[in-house]
Design a protein around this ligand. Structure first.
Ligand code: ZN
Length: 218
Protein backbone atom coordinates (compact mmCIF):
# COMPACT_ATOMS: atom_id res chain seq x y z
CA UNK A 1 0.00 0.00 0.00
CA UNK A 2 1.36 3.45 -0.85
CA UNK A 3 2.30 5.55 2.21
CA UNK A 4 -0.26 8.29 1.62
CA UNK A 5 -3.95 7.90 0.85
CA UNK A 6 -6.74 10.39 0.25
CA UNK A 7 -8.14 11.26 3.70
CA UNK A 8 -11.84 10.74 4.34
CA UNK A 9 -13.96 13.87 3.76
CA UNK A 10 -15.46 14.92 7.11
CA UNK A 11 -18.95 15.19 5.47
CA UNK A 12 -20.90 13.98 2.47
CA UNK A 13 -20.18 15.43 -0.96
CA UNK A 14 -23.47 17.35 -1.02
CA UNK A 15 -23.18 18.61 2.58
CA UNK A 16 -21.80 22.04 1.67
CA UNK A 17 -24.28 22.84 -1.08
CA UNK A 18 -25.50 25.23 -2.35
CA UNK A 19 -22.34 27.17 -1.39
CA UNK A 20 -19.96 24.46 -2.60
CA UNK A 21 -21.64 21.84 -4.77
CA UNK A 22 -21.22 18.07 -4.83
CA UNK A 23 -19.84 18.43 -8.34
CA UNK A 24 -17.09 20.77 -7.10
CA UNK A 25 -16.16 18.24 -4.42
CA UNK A 26 -16.21 15.39 -6.98
CA UNK A 27 -13.49 17.22 -8.87
CA UNK A 28 -11.69 19.17 -6.18
CA UNK A 29 -11.48 16.34 -3.65
CA UNK A 30 -11.91 13.33 -5.93
CA UNK A 31 -9.61 14.41 -8.78
CA UNK A 32 -7.33 17.30 -7.75
CA UNK A 33 -6.56 16.18 -4.20
CA UNK A 34 -6.29 12.56 -5.37
CA UNK A 35 -3.74 13.65 -7.99
CA UNK A 36 -1.62 15.35 -5.29
CA UNK A 37 -1.71 12.12 -3.27
CA UNK A 38 -0.71 10.00 -6.28
CA UNK A 39 2.08 12.40 -7.32
CA UNK A 40 3.44 12.55 -3.77
CA UNK A 41 3.55 8.76 -3.54
CA UNK A 42 5.43 8.57 -6.86
CA UNK A 43 7.92 11.24 -5.81
CA UNK A 44 8.78 9.71 -2.42
CA UNK A 45 9.00 6.09 -3.64
CA UNK A 46 12.49 4.77 -2.85
CA UNK A 47 13.61 8.02 -1.16
CA UNK A 48 14.33 8.88 2.48
CA UNK A 49 10.90 10.53 2.65
CA UNK A 50 9.03 7.25 2.23
CA UNK A 51 8.44 6.82 5.95
CA UNK A 52 8.30 10.46 7.00
CA UNK A 53 5.13 12.17 8.11
CA UNK A 54 3.53 14.71 5.83
CA UNK A 55 4.42 17.82 7.85
CA UNK A 56 8.08 16.73 7.95
CA UNK A 57 8.16 16.42 4.17
CA UNK A 58 6.53 19.85 3.78
CA UNK A 59 9.09 21.46 6.10
CA UNK A 60 12.15 19.89 4.52
CA UNK A 61 11.65 19.86 0.76
CA UNK A 62 11.35 22.14 -2.26
CA UNK A 63 10.25 21.90 -5.87
CA UNK A 64 7.79 19.26 -7.04
CA UNK A 65 8.05 17.23 -3.84
CA UNK A 66 7.26 20.28 -1.70
CA UNK A 67 4.39 21.31 -3.99
CA UNK A 68 2.67 17.93 -3.82
CA UNK A 69 3.30 17.40 -0.10
CA UNK A 70 2.11 20.91 0.80
CA UNK A 71 -0.98 20.63 -1.41
CA UNK A 72 -1.83 17.42 0.44
CA UNK A 73 -1.44 19.11 3.81
CA UNK A 74 -3.30 22.26 2.74
CA UNK A 75 -6.25 20.41 1.23
CA UNK A 76 -6.67 18.10 4.22
CA UNK A 77 -6.70 21.20 6.45
CA UNK A 78 -9.14 22.94 4.07
CA UNK A 79 -11.69 20.07 4.20
CA UNK A 80 -11.60 20.32 8.00
CA UNK A 81 -12.00 24.10 7.80
CA UNK A 82 -15.52 23.61 6.46
CA UNK A 83 -18.56 21.98 8.05
CA UNK A 84 -22.01 20.64 7.19
CA UNK A 85 -23.18 22.60 10.24
CA UNK A 86 -23.70 25.87 8.40
CA UNK A 87 -23.70 29.52 9.50
CA UNK A 88 -21.40 29.07 12.49
CA UNK A 89 -19.79 32.05 14.15
CA UNK A 90 -16.66 32.29 16.28
CA UNK A 91 -17.20 31.66 19.98
CA UNK A 92 -15.40 32.08 23.28
CA UNK A 93 -11.72 33.05 23.43
CA UNK A 94 -11.29 33.06 19.62
CA UNK A 95 -14.25 35.44 19.20
CA UNK A 96 -12.69 37.75 21.80
CA UNK A 97 -9.28 37.56 20.09
CA UNK A 98 -10.86 38.46 16.72
CA UNK A 99 -12.48 41.54 18.28
CA UNK A 100 -9.19 42.54 19.95
CA UNK A 101 -7.07 42.02 16.83
CA UNK A 102 -9.38 43.37 14.15
CA UNK A 103 -11.78 45.68 16.02
CA UNK A 104 -14.86 43.58 15.24
CA UNK A 105 -15.93 40.39 13.51
CA UNK A 106 -17.34 42.41 10.59
CA UNK A 107 -14.00 44.15 10.11
CA UNK A 108 -12.16 40.79 10.25
CA UNK A 109 -14.45 39.32 7.60
CA UNK A 110 -13.97 42.38 5.38
CA UNK A 111 -10.16 42.24 5.65
CA UNK A 112 -10.03 38.47 5.12
CA UNK A 113 -12.28 38.65 2.05
CA UNK A 114 -10.20 41.49 0.60
CA UNK A 115 -7.02 39.45 1.06
CA UNK A 116 -8.56 36.30 -0.45
CA UNK A 117 -10.09 38.07 -3.42
CA UNK A 118 -6.97 40.20 -3.94
CA UNK A 119 -4.48 37.32 -4.02
CA UNK A 120 -3.06 37.24 -7.52
CA UNK A 121 -3.18 33.81 -9.16
CA UNK A 122 -3.55 30.57 -7.21
CA UNK A 123 -3.06 30.22 -3.49
CA UNK A 124 -4.53 30.12 -0.02
CA UNK A 125 -5.90 32.57 2.56
CA UNK A 126 -5.34 31.69 6.23
CA UNK A 127 -6.13 32.90 9.70
CA UNK A 128 -2.91 32.33 11.63
CA UNK A 129 -2.10 32.60 15.33
CA UNK A 130 1.41 34.06 15.41
CA UNK A 131 4.02 33.07 17.98
CA UNK A 132 3.37 36.37 19.80
CA UNK A 133 -0.27 35.25 20.17
CA UNK A 134 -1.59 37.86 17.75
CA UNK A 135 -3.96 36.87 14.95
CA UNK A 136 -2.95 37.57 11.39
CA UNK A 137 -4.57 37.14 7.97
CA UNK A 138 -1.97 35.52 5.73
CA UNK A 139 -2.09 34.67 2.04
CA UNK A 140 0.30 32.22 0.39
CA UNK A 141 0.96 31.65 -3.31
CA UNK A 142 0.54 28.30 -5.05
CA UNK A 143 1.27 25.48 -2.58
CA UNK A 144 3.00 27.60 0.07
CA UNK A 145 1.77 27.07 3.61
CA UNK A 146 2.28 28.68 7.04
CA UNK A 147 3.40 25.32 8.47
CA UNK A 148 6.43 25.36 6.19
CA UNK A 149 7.60 28.76 7.40
CA UNK A 150 6.93 28.17 11.10
CA UNK A 151 5.47 31.69 11.33
CA UNK A 152 2.60 30.51 13.48
CA UNK A 153 -0.30 28.09 13.74
CA UNK A 154 -2.98 28.10 11.05
CA UNK A 155 -6.52 28.15 12.48
CA UNK A 156 -8.42 27.72 9.21
CA UNK A 157 -7.75 28.08 5.50
CA UNK A 158 -9.64 29.05 2.37
CA UNK A 159 -8.50 27.55 -0.94
CA UNK A 160 -8.54 30.27 -3.59
CA UNK A 161 -7.24 28.18 -6.47
CA UNK A 162 -9.66 28.48 -9.37
CA UNK A 163 -10.37 24.72 -9.13
CA UNK A 164 -12.08 25.46 -5.76
CA UNK A 165 -14.84 27.56 -7.31
CA UNK A 166 -14.88 27.45 -11.10
CA UNK A 167 -17.74 24.94 -11.42
CA UNK A 168 -20.02 26.85 -9.00
CA UNK A 169 -19.04 30.44 -9.62
CA UNK A 170 -17.01 30.49 -12.85
CA UNK A 171 -14.44 33.26 -12.45
CA UNK A 172 -16.31 35.06 -9.62
CA UNK A 173 -13.95 34.42 -6.70
CA UNK A 174 -15.73 37.02 -4.53
CA UNK A 175 -18.99 35.02 -4.75
CA UNK A 176 -17.16 31.87 -3.64
CA UNK A 177 -15.67 33.78 -0.71
CA UNK A 178 -19.19 34.90 0.31
CA UNK A 179 -20.36 31.28 0.20
CA UNK A 180 -17.33 30.06 2.15
CA UNK A 181 -18.35 32.05 5.26
CA UNK A 182 -21.58 30.00 5.38
CA UNK A 183 -19.69 26.70 5.58
CA UNK A 184 -16.66 27.83 7.60
CA UNK A 185 -16.03 25.50 10.55
CA UNK A 186 -15.53 27.94 13.43
CA UNK A 187 -15.58 25.02 15.90
CA UNK A 188 -12.44 23.64 14.21
CA UNK A 189 -10.77 27.08 14.17
CA UNK A 190 -11.67 27.55 17.85
CA UNK A 191 -10.17 24.18 18.82
CA UNK A 192 -6.96 25.02 16.97
CA UNK A 193 -6.86 28.38 18.74
CA UNK A 194 -7.46 26.91 22.21
CA UNK A 195 -4.79 24.22 21.71
CA UNK A 196 -2.24 26.74 20.52
CA UNK A 197 -2.93 29.15 23.36
CA UNK A 198 -2.60 26.33 25.91
CA UNK A 199 1.00 25.65 24.89
CA UNK A 200 2.84 27.47 27.66
CA UNK A 201 6.44 28.54 27.86
CA UNK A 202 8.51 26.68 30.44
CA UNK A 203 7.93 28.19 33.86
CA UNK A 204 10.88 26.67 35.69
CA UNK A 205 11.47 29.89 37.61
CA UNK A 206 8.13 29.40 39.32
CA UNK A 207 8.97 25.92 40.55
CA UNK A 208 9.95 25.58 44.20
CA UNK A 209 13.56 24.51 44.64
CA UNK A 210 13.94 20.80 45.00
CA UNK A 211 15.58 19.53 48.15
CA UNK A 212 18.48 18.11 46.20
CA UNK A 213 19.33 21.55 44.83
CA UNK A 214 20.36 22.68 48.32
CA UNK A 215 23.73 21.14 47.84
CA UNK A 216 24.45 23.70 45.16
CA UNK A 217 23.89 26.55 47.58
CA UNK A 218 26.68 28.15 49.50
ZN1 ZN B 1 -7.62 23.09 -4.11
Amino acid sequence: MPPFTLPQLPYGKDALSPHISAETLEFHYGKHHQAYVDNLNKLIAGTKYENKDLADIVKNTSGALFNNAAQNWNHTFYWKSMSAEKNQSPKGPLAQAIDQNFGSYAEFEKQFAAAAVGLFGSGWAWLVLLKNKKLKIVTTADAKTPIGTASGTPLFTMDVWEHAYYIDYRNARAKYVEGFWKVLNWNFAGENFDQSMAVKRPTAWKQPLKKSSKRFRK
